[in-house]
Write a protein that binds this ligand. Structure first.
Ligand SMILES: *[C@@H]1O[C@H](CO)[C@@H](O)[C@H](O)[C@H]1NC(C)=O
Ligand SMILES: *[C@@H]1O[C@H](CO)[C@@H](O)[C@H](O)[C@H]1NC(C)=O
Ligand SMILES: *[C@@H]1O[C@H](CO)[C@@H](O)[C@H](O)[C@H]1NC(C)=O
Ligand SMILES: *[C@@H]1O[C@H](CO)[C@@H](O)[C@H](O)[C@H]1NC(C)=O
Ligand SMILES: *[C@@H]1O[C@H](CO)[C@@H](O)[C@H](O)[C@H]1NC(C)=O
Length: 621
């Protein structure tokens, strides 16, 4: 076996660094920060997940300010490095590419621009997320456009779709594939899974993972003896029942064959160790993170002498050009590829066409989703509770009637940064198109009880009743689900919590490029492999749990606590309201007796209305 240098990139010329400019015109330039190097292996992977349309990168956060074009250049340069040393590089994406950013959500139909942009990246293996399946139009666009764009690379081991024209039930994409890597000749069998998702529109069928692995086709594929690596990609948390059962199914036949999992859904940086030959990587969310994984010590093909053992390494790369330049040993002039530049231009032009920079108002101070307690003045939920909902949630036909509004916290997806509130910000904060529904004249104490039940521990709303929705954690953001499931030892800035964060200065393991540079707040991940996963050294950020739902009491004409209220809720959560109403012994047939509140108005519309009314950018004289 060839000894593997820590880094294949010569960084000797890199004792000094120069300023790096972001590619998108309104994005902030990355802040130089101390970095840990990549450790290359025979097989190397780049991984994205839960990008949710953020292909322009983060225009208000320097740490994540690279765009999809920069990532195209990065993958190309990384592939060049791999090839120069006879190694392989594979690019992976594990779904939830849609919903969550103006670039995806604001076009008609949705995704027209992102599908053009996304396909510019060469992706070797990819899968669908749950967000691709909520709406019929989304899964059909996936089937008719994304799957063909990535033909031979898109896998759907447990998803079928009713064909949009023939109506026949067919696999969304190929169930699996077998391929041989170009340089190392590694024989890989790959699958593409989705977790046991049940809230998809009825034009798709998601087979529970535990059933798929009993299918004959799966059993036959796993029986293959000529496999150097099983590659399981999927929109599945790496610490999960689903991945555990796939691991066991493969191990039942192959006691030692390496298995590499890639996953997502919880929006966290995480690495799971299944055994010494099997690991799983999750690479965050929203184009904040490019996951890097390497495997070394593989005995390939006929070279069956097992060497010193397998070595798995992982890095969570902050998505910015400072990191990209460092890891490729290139600079502003030498790093970008023509294709990457073209993609960045396409993103710029798409954002212009969609008028995403149109300003609706100016945010006076940053409001956080989970970096402060949800009752704090700086919480976005306090703002909704105290200001937005009372001011603008009003149905004409119910004029003056008091209302108790219930909004699931997962309806809010991202922080609201001080500065301009643009059309893009509206989609980023709340991309969902759900409207509101309500139940008339509900006794106030029953309405309050419904809220209380929705916020109780999961067992209360366990899916024990027929047709019950899945765990109420899906009411909160996915990050919260990870926290509550107590996933592994994994940790990160957004979910570690004040008691779980480990200051970087206690971490002895970093190798240090630019140790003289200042450390800025960001992800400080602890996973099954330790505390040295993040490429960028950060100071920790606090994280707080939020409830499943928040409320707002809107008093109408009355000034004291009312006897009855309109119980108003986001229509997405109606199945949960139905269940909670039953527990609260509220004798109503919710789906039948509820009605639309504020027709054709979404939470996003209310937020935009309020911002326009109250946060003018005009400087007061
Ligand atoms: C899906 O549901 C709709 C309405 O709820 C129904 O009309 C349609 O037949 C269902 N489709 C399938 C494939 O079950
Ligand atoms: C980038 O690297 C090239 C090759 O090493 C060098 O000639 C050039 O001066 C560098 N440019 C900048 C802006 O540092
Ligand atoms: C980049 O865009 C230019 C202008 O549209 C085009 O001529 C060129 O072929 C593109 N290059 C690549 C690699 O896509
Ligand atoms: C509330 O006040 C408005 C305006 O004063 C009035 O039109 C409406 O009838 C009142 N509603 C109730 C329920 O008292
Ligand atoms: C927001 O603006 C509306 C309309 O001008 C006004 O009625 C309301 O009081 C304002 N809300 C706050 C909290 O300032």
């Amino acid at each position: 076996m060839i000894p593997v240098p820590k880094s294949l990139v010569s960084l000797s010329a890199f004792s000094a660094f120069s300023a790096v400019l972001a590619t998108q015109p309104s994005a902030p330039d990355p802040i130089p920060a101390p970095l840990r190097d990549l450790k290359w292996g025979q097989l190397n992977f780049l991984h994205t997940t839960d990008t949710h349309g953020w292909l322009a990168g983060h225009l208000q956060e320097p740490s994540y300010s690279a765009d999809w074009g920069d990532y195209v250049s990065f993958a190309t340069r990384m592939r060049e490095i791999a090839e120069a040393h006879g190694r392989d590089l594979l690019v992976i994406d594990t779904g939830d590419r849609v919903e969550g950013n103006g670039l995806y959500d604001s076009s008609e139909p949705k995704g027209t621009y992102t599908s053009q942009i996304l396909r510019q990246q060469h992706i070797d293996v990819m899968s669908s997320g749950n967000h691709e399946l909520y709406k019929k139009t989304t899964s059909e666009a996936e089937f008719l456009s994304t799957v063909p764009s990535f033909h031979g690379h898109y896998l759907a081991s447990n998803i079928d779709i009713f064909h949009p024209t023939t109506g026949e039930l067919v696999p969304l994409a190929a169930r699996f594939k077998k391929f041989i890597t170009q340089n190392q000749g590694a024989r890989i069998v790959a699958f593409g899974f989705l977790f046991d998702f049940t809230m998809n529109c009825n034009n798709t069928v998601v087979q529970p993972v535990e059933e798929t692995i009993k299918e004959r086709w799966f059993q036959e594929v796993v029986l293959d003896k000529d496999v150097d690596l099983f590659l399981v990609v999927g929109h599945v948390p790496v610490h999960s029942r689903e991945y555990d059962s796939i691991f066991k199914a493969i191990r039942a036949i192959h006691p030692e064959t390496p298995i590499q999992f890639f996953g997502g859904h919880y929006h966290i940086r995480d690495c799971a160790r299944f055994d010494s030959n099997a690991y799983g990587l999750a690479s965050g969310r929203f184009m904040e993170t490019i996951g890097f994984m390497s495997i070394d010590g593989l005995s390939l093909g006929d070279r069956k002498s097992r060497s010193a053992g397998l070595v798995f390494n992982r890095r969570y790369i902050d998505n910015n050009l400072f990191s990209f330049h460092h890891h490729t040993g290139l600079n502003e002039t030498t790093f970008p590829t023509e294709r990457g530049r073209n993609v960045s231009r396409l993103i710029r032009e798409s954002r212009t066409a969609l008028q995403l920079d149109e300003i609706y108002g100016c945010v006076p101070r940053t409001l956080w989703v989970s970096r402060v307690p949800h009752s704090s003045e700086d919480s976005i939920y306090t703002w909704l509770h105290q200001k937005v909902l009372p001011d603008v949630l009003k149905d004409k036909s119910r004029s003056g009637k008091p209302a108790l509004a219930i909004v699931n916290t997962g309806a809010i997806r991202f922080d609201l940064f001080k500065g301009e509130f643009t059309r893009d910000s509206a989609y980023i904060v709340s991309p969902f198109t759900s409207g509101f529904r309500y139940l008339k004249d509900v006794p106030y104490d029953k309405a309050a009880l419904v809220l209380e039940i929705l916020n109780k521990q999961p067992k209360i709303l366990a899916p024990s009743l027929d047709g019950a929705p899945p765990s109420p954690w899906s009411l909160a953001a996915p990050e919260q689900a990870a926290y509550r499931h107590g996933v592994g030892n994994s940790d990160d800035a957004r979910r570690g919590g004040p008691t779980r964060n480990m200051p970087n200065n206690q971490n002895p393991m970093f190798s240090n490029a630019y140790p003289q540079l200042e450390v800025v707040p960001g992800y400080t991940t602890i996973d099954d492999l330790g505390a040295d996963g993040d490429d960028t050294l950060h100071s920790p950020v606090d994280f707080y749990q939020v409830p499943n739902c928040i409320d707002s009491l809107i008093l109408g004409n009355e000034s004291a606590a009312p006897e009855t209220v309109d119980l108003v809720y986001v229509d997405f959560i109606e199945p949960y309201i139905t269940l909670a109403a039953r527990y609260a012994r509220l004798s109503v047939d919710v789906p039948r007796e509820s009605d639309i509140y504020m027709p054709s108005t979404s939470l996003t519309d209310l937020i935009v209305q309020w911002v326009k009314d109250n946060w003018s950018c005009m400087v007061q004289p």
